[in-house]
Design a protein around this ligand. Structure first.
Ligand code: ADP
Length: 160
């Protein structure tokens, strides 16, 4: 059974993340989307909000499940019995960051294999941080995130 994990902040999930999820779900027997909860990071959406959005967005993929992780990802994967880790790359800047991260994972647990999936050209400019900035200025993000996320962003920023 080739099960892989796709960890990330997903704050919020974008069409780029979903594209990686769908392609990884077709590539592996199972995919666990791991929503990271890092106390040192500041998020717009809580871990449960991000996980709930992901669950709804991936509900049509039978082999995808979603969970929250607030510990070291390598320890978490060991507990889950998963050693394949998928990360998406948009370009060379992403790659150099992701490459370093994968070296760190290897140092912590040599059995972990990080597999890089290149972005779809349609989504390569999509980045959660820029999308939040646009949404904060009430800009149109409907081409960048699914409707459910666009609504959640509008609600967050109108509340703030
Ligand atoms: P991080 O996990 O670094 O906080 P994100 O939650 O934004 O960042 O992203 C999770 C994973 O999805 C990372 O591997 C990131 O490179 C990848 N990713 C983000 N946006 C895209 C995109 N538009 N296309 C492909 N991969 C992406």
């Amino acid at each position: 059974m080739w099960k892989a994990a796709f960890p990330g902040s997903f704050d919020p999930p974008t069409l780029g993340h979903l594209d990686i999820i769908r392609r990884a779900a077709r590539t592996f027997d199972g995919l666990l989307v791991v929503v990271a909860e890092n106390r040192q990071k500041k998020y717009l959406f809580s871990a449960e909000e991000r996980a709930d959005m992901m669950r709804s967005l991936a509900s049509d993929c039978a082999n995808v499940s979603v969970t929250v992780c607030d510990s070291l990802i390598v320890d978490f994967l060991k507990k889950e019995g998963i050693r394949l880790l998928v990360r998406g790359v948009r370009g060379v800047d992403d790659f150099s960051y992701e490459f370093e991260l994968s070296m760190m994972y290897k140092a912590l647990d040599p059995s972990i294999e990080t597999l890089f999936m290149t972005t779809d050209p349609e989504y390569f400019v999509l980045r959660s941080s820029s999308i939040k900035e646009i949404a904060a200025f009430r800009g149109n993000v409907s081409e960048m995130v699914p409707p459910l996320v666009a609504e959640a962003l509008a609600k967050k920023y109108s509340a703030g």
